[in-house]
Design a protein around this ligand. Structure first.
Ligand code: ADP
Length: 398
């Protein structure tokens, strides 16, 4: 059985075709600059890479090139569309109603359109990807896998903001959580590595990339997470502020004469590690600047480490202790110095890492805790696409 996984962004479309018999990626690629100038499709299969440069006026055009590529004599990996058992779509937000991965029909698409106001950035491209796929692959089942669904069992006292309750009932303003597919994948992998049923484990998973979030997983269920109504809450990220005193926002708007859109842009694209350091949103460049004595780069590092520690600490409190701490995504998997700084002086919680084991290369799945540590600290490379494919497979007829 083969599953195609699609992840549509506003001007991009990522794809991976899995052979679910063994989990192999048969082909994968990226369509860029959809709807703009200089479009391209980069298609990779086995050890080969083929790039097509062409205008991609919309997601449907991009997908049609992807399908041509998958089927082509020269660069293809399948001989008929019918070999694809189902398509799994990454969808950031399932709102309050779509609590689990769902077979896509008109009603699901209508619901997704209805929640665009609370998902304005990621909703429209996901709907475009789904619509294009339903048109071009009408005989193949389509499945939506939501970043939010891992959090569907979060209790109300963890999802409701302390603002007038009517704002929740009127506008669905509450905490939803994101990156759920990644947290779900690495939590399951952690249980596998520990050789214990996930139902017996308390795990904190740290997805630290350009966007970052931390999740508390109790017996396989996400009970709390750092992102909220949008992916803006929680940790400082590459360019997002994360949580700040809410009053700062109207204050900036008045002081700088900014519109709601302008202040949102400032908090989304000009803040976080980039905003503090003034150097970059990329931890590698910030580390280089910090080594050269740049005060703001050092400050950005310290703020990030302290924020991660504070959230881990609060989840250890909520869970009454943990069995495992997991690091994943670009920073979590690669930045040994950050992992070391986060885990420093956490022995009260049972978290102790071996500095040598911590020096590891990307791609390694590894236990980095000391032999006497109560908590297993692990690096687990995330694989959201494969998790989406696994969910999608459940909807396939044999
Ligand atoms: P996204 O959230 O966009 O999927 P990733 O999970 O790929 O991003 O994470 C990207 C971030 O990972 C980069 O911005 C960079 O800060 C960080 N990163 C990648 N490699 C390294 C490395 N070797 N050392 C430190 N940070 C790294």
């Amino acid at each position: 059985m083969k599953i195609l996984v699609l992840n549509a962004g506003s001007s991009s479309l990522k794809y991976q075709l899995f052979n679910m018999n063994n989990g192999d990626v048969l082909a994968k690629g990226l369509c860029e600059c959809i709807g703009g100038k200089g479009g391209s499709v980069t298609h990779k299969y086995a050890d080969n890479k083929h790039v097509i440069e062409t205008e991609l006026e919309d997601h449907e055009k991009a997908l049609s090139i992807v399908l041509d590529m998958l089927l082509s004599d020269e660069h293809g990996v399948i001989s008929s569309i019918d070999e694809i058992g189902a398509v799994g779509h990454r969808v950031a937000h399932g709102g309050e109603k779509l609590k689990a991965s769902s077979l896509i029909d008109d009603e699901v698409v209508k619901y997704l359109e209805g929640i665009v106001p609370i998902n304005p950035l990621h909703g429209p491209p996901a709907i475009k990807g789904i619509t294009a796929c339903r048109r071009l692959m009408s005989s193949v089942p389509q499945v939506a896998v939501f970043d939010t669904s891992f959090y569907s069992q979060m209790e109300d006292f963890r999802t409701i903001y302390p603002i007038p309750y009517e704002l929740y009932t009127k506008y669905q303003i509450r905490r939803y959580g994101f990156h759920g597919t990644s947290h779900r994948y690495v939590a399951a992998k952690a249980a596998e590595l520990l050789n214990k049923p996930i139902e017996e484990l308390k795990i904190v998973t740290c997805h630290l990339g350009n966007g970052s979030s931390i999740t508390a997983v109790d017996k396989g269920i996400a009970i709390d997470t750092s992102m909220g109504f949008t992916p803006q809450e929680g940790l400082p990220m590459g360019t997002r502020s994360g949580s700040i005193d809410p009053t700062v926002i109207p204050y900036i708007m008045k002081a700088e004469n900014l519109s709601p859109d302008e202040v949102e842009d400032l908090l989304n694209r000009k803040s976080g590690l980039l905003g503090i350091s003034g150097v970059s949103n990329d931890c590698r460049q910030i580390a280089e600047a910090a080594e050269n004595g740049n005060y703001r780069a050092k400050l950005a590092q310290k703020i990030l480490v302290n924020s991660i520690k504070k959230i881990i600490g609060s989840y250890v409190a909520e869970l009454n202790g943990i069995d495992a701490l997991v690091f994943t995504a670009g920073i979590g998997e690669n930045d040994a110095a950050l992992r070391e700084a986060v885990c420093e002086d956490m022995d009260f919680f049972g978290i102790k890492i071996d500095k040598e084991l911590n020096k590891t290369l990307r791609g390694a799945q590894k236990d980095i805790s000391t032999a006497d540590a109560k908590v297993k600290t692990m690096i687990i490379p995330t694989n959201e696409e494969y998790m989406i494919a696994l969910d999608t497979l459940k909807f396939c007829k044999e």
